[in-house]
Write a protein that binds this ligand. Sequence first.
Ligand SMILES: Nc1ncnc2c1ncn2[C@@H]1O[C@H](COP(=O)(O)OP(=O)(O)OC[C@H]2O[C@@H]([n+]3cccc(C(=O)O)c3)[C@H](O)[C@@H]2O)[C@@H](O)[C@H]1O
Ligand SMILES: Nc1ncnc2c1ncn2[C@@H]1O[C@H](COP(=O)(O)OP(=O)(O)OP(=O)(O)O)[C@@H](O)[C@H]1O
Ligand SMILES: [Mg+2]
Length: 275
Amino acid sequence: MTDVMSPQRQIAEELHVSPTFDAAREIERRVVFLADRLVDTGLRTLVLGISGGVDSTTAGRLCQLAVERARDAGHRCEFVAMRLPYGVQADEHHARAALDFIKPDRVLTVDVRPASDAALDALLAAGLTFRDAAQQDFVHGNVKARQRMIAQYAVAGASAGLVVGTDHAAEAVTGFFTKHGDGAADVVPLTGLTKRRVRAVAAELGAPAELVGKAPTADLESLAPGRLDEDALGLTYEQIDDYLEGRPVPAEVEAALVARYRATDHKRQLPIAPA
Ligand SMILES: Nc1ncnc2c1ncn2[C@@H]1O[C@H](COP(=O)(O)OP(=O)(O)OC[C@H]2O[C@@H]([n+]3cccc(C(=O)O)c3)[C@H](O)[C@@H]2O)[C@@H](O)[C@H]1O
Ligand SMILES: Nc1ncnc2c1ncn2[C@@H]1O[C@H](COP(=O)(O)OP(=O)(O)OP(=O)(O)O)[C@@H](O)[C@H]1O
Ligand SMILES: [Mg+2]
């Protein structure tokens, strides 16, 4: 008899979700991973945008611990945390709290608004039209995410750096990221974690409670500022995490997740080439 793996198990395996979880062990494993990448490549910086959300708070603290570990081993390196607001960020106080907690070696602030708006203006001037204001705002949102990627790669290029991404299993399964925007990175230390496990790692690291429990937002749409991920997705992170961790979920939740996972497969692969 052939053993047919359930879609639930197959997706969890493909996204590297571990059946067991120990926050302290995960911190150690992921700090060692980042420190080893610096030492093994001979590169000098880790570069990561800090938004004030729990994902970049967690990944940022792991980066700072990793460069300190690599320095202890004799490797000259540092962590460059980047503030990348679009104009004035409504939850700037959370970004400040994240930086206070992470204690990065360096902070660089780049406002992505002028470049994002100039790109949109140039496209409009070239004759690009949108279905409606909502579609224009959505596409402009992805331009903002890609401007953040451009800024981080410029810093990496100038400082022999590695760009750090914050993708994890609960984001990967829904493809809820901008392709070649926040989805573009050299190293992804949160891989395989569900959202509640990211929060557990943040808590174990000692992050402030307001950041550990913060509601996730991509905050890319000017017409819907601070829109919550769960509202945009029509799914809760509890449901997504339960599914990834092998717990039962309603049939319609499983159907929605499998459909999203399949439709966004192209975002988790290299560009598609002829067979
Ligand atoms: N089947 C296929 N095979 C190969 N490529 C395919 C494709 N379908 C689309 N594409 C390409 O992919 C593009 C669409 O992908 P993309 O440009 O990413 O756009 P899209 O997936 O439509 O939008 C990104 C979504 O991620 C959310 N997001 C972004 C950034 C951060 C966060 C967060 O959680 O913080 C969330 C954002 O709110 C939005 O809902 C298409 O324009 C096309 O170029
Ligand atoms: N305003 C910002 N300033 C700096 N970096 C940002 C900003 N917005 C997004 N980013 C980068 O893009 C990544 C993806 O955003 P995302 O919203 O998924 O993560 P988060 O804000 O850290 O956590 P959460 O998903 O819980 O909101 C962030 O982790 C961060 O590295
Ligand atoms: Mg966010």
